[in-house]
Design a protein around this ligand. Sequence first.
Ligand code: GLN
Length: 282
Amino acid sequence: MPNTINLGQWLSSASQQLKQAGLDNARQEADYLLSHLLQKNTAYLYTRPELALETEQQLKLNTWLAERIAGKPLAWILGEWDFWGLTLEVSPATLIPRADTERLVELALQLSIDKPKARVLDMGTGTGAIALAIKKERPNWQVDAVDFKLDAVSLARKNARQLELDIRVWQSDWWQQIPPQTYDLILSNPPYIHPQDPHLSQGDLRFEPKTALVGGKDGLQAYRDLLVPIQQRLTQGGYLLVEHGYDQAAAIAELFNLAELNDIKNYKDYADQPRATLGCRS
Ligand code: GLN
């Protein structure tokens, strides 16, 4: 049986172990684990450092700590992750929502789309993150989302139900099963990493599904697939906005150009790296 320890002691020991394991935000991660177990915020942890942990709680925390030290993504240990102020259930079926993708949502909301009931499509939705964030901000828009993986479709639907956001989610390999209709805005954070990129063997990326990360032979295949019918799928004046790798801006602009999209613009992420490209069907 572990010795009795209190919140303060667990936090300092856990953050030290996480730090030794090479994690950058060790203290914050320890806070997350303890907050999650106790279902309390960080202020609670810090104002009650002397509170003793029960044996069961210690065992659970130590299991999580060992998993985290072995590399398991924090989001999977917690079972949920925040995106655009929404708490989303996560699973090994999909990519874990990233802060960079919140930038895509932010950019989408800045577009001048005057229609009260604009139609929006999120391609490769995963947890449903982009579609749900848009629906939250624009409740009158009709938001559709697709993913080729059935597990992702179920997860996105579950997140929509839990958040009471009315989006439609279909299983579709890119355009294959999407009903023939046009959209005012198409959004995507597709798999875009080059198969030889060393980042794939680092951090959370080691665990996340390759299908959500690797964009074919050169990292760009998903964009080609998305762009094939784009002229038939965007309304006149409709927008395509995609996330991409920091070094892909020029290649994406070229693909957008070949697909006869206009007003092509690139936007940077919160770390000042080129991260999103917008095009318009005029
Ligand atoms: N932004 C992710 C990363 O580099 C990749 C996401 C993707 O391929 N869509 O960690």
